[in-house]
Design a protein around this ligand. Structure first.
Ligand code: CA
Length: 220
């Protein structure tokens, strides 16, 4: 999963990025509203954390322009404490959730995970695919009830495919949701990783559809 953090307070942005990384997200950071607007318009994100008080362009304007342009990724806004009108304005502008500053990281992570689940039409954090269970809350993978050890990148790959289980995911889409913007992307790396996942989970788990992409089987 890939997130965008639009926050001008650099230490806070770093904390958010680190907390989300532990939950299996890669994140891009925009330190002002204009860069945030641009990234949100051009890159595919699974979730966005958007501060409202930003230099160059305020967060509400950024959000309105994304929604006006049909960008419908889940957005959590960061508001000032006790500013109920900001929360109302933000939600009415198309925000999916809000957190008032100061907040604790586990709450932000839990809310972002809930937004991602809902965006994929899921209510539960555990994605059960027959013998395979991907617990997106605890970032745990079980095969026949036994935990499978995965690297961070392997987990991100499986997690994304699990959210989209039964659907074909192109290599481009998968790459765009696995790596941050500044990462040197290489499609060979993806193939090697899928091969490693098959070794750990069994050959039948991830299908390759020639010229189309990958599909995680819904019932193993
Ligand atoms: Ca700010």
């Amino acid at each position: 999963m890939r997130a965008l953090i639009v926050e001008d307070h650099a230490p806070l942005a770093r904390q958010v990025i680190a907390a989300l990384a532990e939950a299996g997200f890669v994140a891009d950071h925009a330190p002002d509203g204009e860069e945030g607007l641009f990234l949100g318009e051009t890159e595919p994100y699974d979730a966005v954390v958007l501060d409202l008080g930003l230099p160059l362009l305020d967060g509400l304007s950024v959000l309105r322009r994304w929604r006006g342009a049909g960008r419908d990724m889940p957005v959590l806004i960061l508001t000032a404490r006790d500013a109920w009108s900001e929360k109302v304005e933000g939600l009415n502008a198309g925000a999916d959730d809000y957190l008032a500053k100061p907040f604790v990281m586990p709450e932000l992570v839990a809310r972002i995970q809930a937004l991602v689940r809902r965006a994929h039409g899921r209510g539960r954090p555990e994605i059960a695919l027959g013998r395979l269970v991907v617990d997106t809350g605890a970032q745990r993978v079980l095969l026949d009830g036994v935990p499978v050890k995965l690297t961070g990148l392997e987990y991100r790959t499986l997690g994304y495919l699990a959210h989209r289980a039964g659907k074909v995911v192109s290599k481009t889409e998968l790459t765009e949701h696995l790596y941050a913007q500044d990462f040197d992307r290489d499609s060979n790396t993806l193939e090697v990783m899928v091969a490693r996942l098959r070794k750990k989970l069994g050959e039948g788990v991830i299908e390759t559809l020639r010229g189309q992409g990958y599909r995680l089987v819904e019932s193993l």
